[in-house]
Design a binder for this molecule. Structure first.
Ligand SMILES: Nc1ncnc2c1ncn2[C@@H]1O[C@H](COP(=O)(O)OP(=O)(O)OP(=O)(O)O)[C@@H](O)[C@H]1O
Ligand SMILES: [Mg+2]
Length: 247
């Protein structure tokens, strides 16, 4: 948490389900896009993820991986079921409270880095805290420290166009970490990177997990999935398997 005066969620306390120790609990969560025609992208699924787990989500193209990630990230609202995030029943939340909960708890990394081209690395990370009432000075300090954490202390003032792919993804990771999230959601974060650069990014994600961050990683790549502690397989919108890796 970056600035506890602005990120407290007072209205959520009463909804908190103390018995739900899991960071994530999906109960019959499904998603049908309205279309037309309607597409049932996720059949009602149950899933529990404890804090500090590392879960890979694998499955063929079109199987519902990104749909699941969008629901987990509070970017979309399920059309069925209940999603508890850290004990909060997210289906009960108004849009403003969902946005706050997302900003406080969740960091995202996507295949495309989604950096602002005309902003420096520091500005890209700092901007993510603008809507959270964090002071300008504090935003800059947090941005610097997160960029240092991902190994970019020497590129603080660089524009994205002057950075390599791996460096750009590390800026995106620093941005995802700026608000000290509990959950890092990754959708093919190494999909645009060569294998050596991908390895560096995955090693960084491993180290964040070792420090206690909960990681959920969508990937097509078995070698990437093998780094997780658990592998959830989606096929045709159903969670077909939920196995433990050898880790
Ligand atoms: N906004 C939308 N409206 C309608 N259908 C959608 C929408 N988004 C996704 N779909 C459909 O839902 C299904 C699941 O899509 P999703 O993006 O979750 O797949 P995915 O597993 O992430 O695939 P990929 O590996 O190709 O990224 C697909 O049939 C897709 O065409
Ligand atoms: Mg996808």
């Amino acid at each position: 948490m970056v600035d506890d005066s602005t990120l407290i969620l007072p209205s959520l306390g009463a909804d908190r389900d103390i018995s739900a120790a899991a960071l994530i609990e999906l109960r019959g969560v499904g998603m049908t896009y309205p279309g037309p025609p309607p597409v049932q992208a996720l059949r009602p699924v149950d899933l529990r993820v404890e804090a500090a787990e590392y879960v890979a989500i694998v499955g063929p193209s079109g199987s519902g991986k990104s749909t699941l990630l969008h629901l987990l990230g509070l970017l979309d609202i399920p059309t069925a079921g209940t999603y508890l995030l850290d004990g909060h029943d997210t289906s009960e939340l108004k849009e403003s409270a969902r946005t706050r909960l997302r900003a406080e708890k969740i960091g995202f990394i996507f295949q495309a880095f989604h950096l602002m081209a005309h902003r420096t690395a520091t500005e890209n990370v700092a901007m993510s805290l603008v809507y959270q009432g964090v002071s300008r000075r504090r935003r800059k300090a947090v941005a610097r420290s997160k960029l240092e954490l991902v190994g970019l202390a020497h590129r603080l003032d660089a524009l994205p166009t002057t950075l390599s792919g791996g460096e750009r993804q590390r800026v995106a990771i620093a941005r995802a970490l700026a608000a000290e999230p509990s959950l890092l959601l990754c959708d093919e974060p190494t999909g645009n990177l060569d294998s050596a650069t991908a390895e560096q990014v995955l090693t960084l994600i491993d180290s964040l997990h070792d420090q206690g961050l909960t990681v959920m990683m969508i990937t097509h790549d078995e070698n990437v999935a093998a780094r997780a502690e658990r592998i959830v397989t989606i096929r045709d919108g159903s969670l077909a398997e939920d196995g433990l890796t050898s880790k």
